[in-house]
Design a protein around this ligand. Structure first.
Ligand SMILES: *Cc1c(COP(=O)(O)O)cnc(C)c1O
Length: 379
């Protein structure tokens, strides 16, 4: 009997099989012209990305981490500055703040959206001030694919003179009240790491902004701080370019992104309908869409590990994003937290479990995943 293939947590192969001929052609074109650094595909991709989310500038770069860092560099974030970010996110978010000598100040998240709680943002600003720091910016994270509550966050930031950076590494393609991700804050940073909703075959990222002056500075930072003329160095920059080969891959993947997002939403609907009676299923706020970078359940803390073991025994991969809040990580243990605490972030780390999620998840496999999960929860 033919062995059924194992269920993938994220199936990049199914996607590649679908577009392989177009990818082969696009990659061959780059190999033929040989312009591996800042070749024509890079500019083409940037135009298409900017069109996709109706933003004036898309500046491609080396990774989502560098995208975040470049925005902070452009605004000269440094020692003595506080940048607020959620305690429940990937480590790259606070990392860029600390790398520039500034201090991450952690705010709590909302238990329904997993995104930063606006009230806790306010509380983090006051805790930054109490610690003798200058609050300068907020990095809001669109965790698991759903945009943060920018409508609530932006006015708080403006009243306090902070600028907002959207960490959209997991949410490119989502929409909030008719506005595409890319239009949020002063600038939006995304990642093209292979497992993200729009991923390449290596590292890559992009920054979106409507601010012409900021876009110029970002393009300079990306090229070692290049000035007006060759070998003019206007500022300290980085080697932050996106490879031409990766741009060629992304051009092909962008063509199917909207359709893939619809497929992800169908998968999420099936999970939510099938599981809402047995587990706390993820909520998408009114007027927002998610691109479902992850489909993340909340389970009782004493159930979570047993459930994940049972799934594994039944051939179902699952993941814990994230097992520890950042304020309890060794590297960030000295950083201030919102003065009202970050309890939700801590609780979530013992409750969350992400299930297989990708556009090509078969219904049979999904039924098996849900059956195994229900079995685990009742046993
Ligand atoms: C993946 C990710 C990043 C970093 O992106 P890279 O391209 O891997 O550098 C930053 N923030 C969040 C929330 C992410 O998920």
């Amino acid at each position: 009997m033919a062995q059924t293939p194992p269920i993938a947590f994220i199936d990049l192969k199914a996607q590649q099989d679908r577009i392989r001929p177009a990818l082969d052609k696009a990659l061959k074109k780059v190999l033929d012209h040989g312009r591996y650094i800042m070749g024509p595909e890079v500019g083409e991709l940037e135009t298409q990305l900017a069109d996709f989310c109706s933003v004036k500038h898309a500046v491609s770069c080396s990774s989502g981490t560098d995208a975040l860092m470049m925005v902070l560099m452009a605004r000269e974030i440094g020692p003595g500055d506080a940048v607020i970010c959620p305690a429940f996110t990937y480590t790259a978010t606070p990392e860029v703040i600390a790398l520039l000598g500034a201090t991450p100040v952690f705010a709590d998240v909302d238990p329904d959206s997993f995104n930063i709680d606006p009230a806790s943002f306010t509380s983090a600003i006051s805790s930054a001030k109490q610690s003798g720091l200058r609050p300068r910016a907020l990095i809001a994270v669109d965790l698991f694919g759903q945009p943060a509550d920018y409508d609530a966050l932006q006015p708080i930031a403006e009243a306090e003179g902070l600028f907002v950076v959207a960490d959209a590494a997991q949410s490119f393609g989502a929409v909030t009240h008719g506005r595409a991700v890319g239009q949020m804050g002063l600038a939006t940073a995304t990642s093209f790491f292979p497992a993200k909703p729009l991923g390449c075959y290596g590292d890559g990222g992009a920054i979106f902004t409507d601010d012409d002056a900021l876009a110029d500075v970002l393009r300079s930072i990306r090229l070692h701080g290049k000035g007006a003329k060759k070998y003019d160095v206007a500022r300290v920059g980085i080697n932050g370019r996106l490879d031409t080969l990766q741009a060629a891959v992304l051009i092909e993947k962008l063509k199917i992104l909207s359709e893939e997002i619809e497929l992800r939403n169908s998968v999420a609907d099936v999970y939510s309908k099938g599981l809402q009676d047995v587990a706390f299923t993820p909520r998408v706020a009114n007027g927002l869409t998610s691109v479902w970078a992850q489909y993340t359940l909340r389970l009782k803390p004493d159930q979570r590990d047993a459930v994940s073991d049972h799934l594994k025994a039944n051939g179902v991969p699952s993941q814990v994003y994230y097992p520890r809040p950042l304020h309890l990580q060794k590297a960030y243990a000295h950083c201030p937290v919102a003065d009202k605490g970050v309890h939700v972030s801590t609780e979530l780390t013992s409750e969350v479990l992400s299930l297989p999620m990708h556009p090509y998840l078969k219904r049979d496999d999904q039924d098996h995943i849900m059956f195994s999960l229900k079995e685990a929860l009742s046993g």
